[in-house]
Ligand binder design. Structure first.
Ligand SMILES: O=C(O)[C@H](O)[C@@H](O)[C@@H](O)[C@H](O)CO
Ligand SMILES: [Mg+2]
Length: 382
């Protein structure tokens, strides 16, 4: 079998799908994207074409190394996302060619069902309690929400208290019938992270995510010494070479590689195994589309340390497109009591509605993340 063609489709809300065709009529789908920079990833995917066209798609390990090492310069959000989507599509082809779901090719299931959580609230969260009530009716008992709005490197007790009061209210409304993680998007620097974690501790969140930015990963170990709350990060780390630093330094209890950002299934399996050796849990990041989610699930279902799976149903980013809009086998993605079963179909397990994808890609918006500024006019982390 030989690779004949790579076709990319940018789609609402902020996704990109990749279709890889072969000369034997089997095609695979991947989702290479960085939110807000879809066109850059698209260019990177097509720059890999000369390395891929005419090659045997079954040699995923070799093609991965060719893409990673063959260009001299490597790593980073754009290149690793391009490799990620290509890698997913190659696994999809392999599974379809062999007539088996990818998790079977990886040694088989390590669990029967995977815990998923739901996002609640937006970037400036309000009405969270009402939304949690609604989502609980759909079976969810685990949630993630943003922890604060913009915060200065040194900021007021008032701002900390505001953020904490909301969490306190949620805990009081639901007691320990629900679990929630709090995502700070790196909005608080190291000095305020210490204050915030201490104030949040009595409310026992499941985890606190990106209390500080990934580029300050040396801080995680110090923060972890001051808090009993498990710390999570990883959506902005792109390879095992970056993850190795946080494993060695310690501090993270949960790593969150993104299957569409960190080199795909091939790379994330390795990151998952490294995490297991350090007793660190895995919770793949996935505020993206169905192919990205299917790729995450392949890794979850073969990784003993996978504890939680993010998914984007109803997420505030999904404006103009929902998780299953381009999926024909929607029933396979059914979530029951907060769990999803292994996707049964060969390959990644997603039957893509290609006609709809082609049609919708004609009017794809260019999603951009908001630019926030502090009161004094300086740029804030969003
Ligand atoms: O944990 C999450 O889902 C993320 O922090 C998510 O909110 C962002 O990564 C967003 O996708 C950036 O455009
Ligand atoms: Mg996050």
């Amino acid at each position: 079998m030989r690779i004949t063609k790579l076709t990319t489709y940018r789609l609402a809300p902020r996704w990109m799908f990749l279709k890889i065709d072969t000369d034997e009529g089997i095609s695979g789908w991947g989702e290479p994207v960085i939110e807000g920079k879809a066109r850059s990833v698209e260019a990177a995917v097509h720059e890999f074409e000369p390395y891929l066209i005419g090659q045997d798609p079954s040699r995923i390990n070799d093609l991965w190394q060719v893409m990673y090492r063959g260009g001299f310069y490597r790593g980073g959000a754009i290149l690793m996302s391009a490799i990620a989507g290509i890698d997913q599509a190659l696994w999809d082809i392999k599974g379809k060619a062999l007539g088996a779901p990818v998790y079977e090719l990886l040694g088989g299931l390590v669990r029967d069902k995977m815990k998923v959580y739901s996002w609640v609230g937006g970037d400036r969260p309000a009405d969270v309690i009402r939304d949690i009530k609604r989502l609980r009716e759909g079976g969810f008992d685990t949630f993630k929400m943003n922890g604060s709005e913009e915060m200065g490197l040194i900021d007021s007790a008032r701002k900390v208290d505001q953020a904490v009061a909301r969490i306190a209210e949620i805990r009081e409304a639901f007691g320990h019938d629900i679990e929630f993680g709090i995502d700070f998007h790196g909005r608080i620097g190291a000095p305020m992270a210490k204050v915030m974690l201490k104030a949040l501790e009595p409310y026992r969140p499941l985890f606190v995510e990106e209390p500080v930015l990934a580029e300050q990963d040396e801080t995680y170990a110090r923060l972890a010494e001051h808090t009993a709350i498990p710390l999570a990060a990883g959506e902005r780390m792109y390879s095992r070479f970056e993850f190795k630093r946080v494993f060695q330094a310690g501090g993270l209890s949960i790593v969150q590689p993104d299957l569409s950002h960190a080199g795909g299934i091939t790379e994330c399996l390795k990151i998952a195994s490294m995490a297991e050796a350090y007793d660190v849990a895995l919770a793949p990041h996935c505020p993206l589309g169905p192919i990205a989610l299917a790729a995450c699930l392949q890794v979850d279902f073969v990784s003993h340390n996978a504890v939680l799976q993010e998914q984007s149903m109803g997420i505030h980013y999904n404006q103009g497109g929902e998780l299953l809009d381009y999926v024909l086998n929607k029933e396979d993605f059914h979530i029951e009591n907060g769990y999803i079963a292994p996707l049964p179909k060969p390959g990644l397990g997603v039957v893509v509605d290609e006609e709809k994808v082609i049609e919708a890609s004609q009017r794809a918006p260019d999603w951009r993340n908001p630019l926030w500024r502090h009161e004094d006019g300086s740029v804030a982390e969003w």
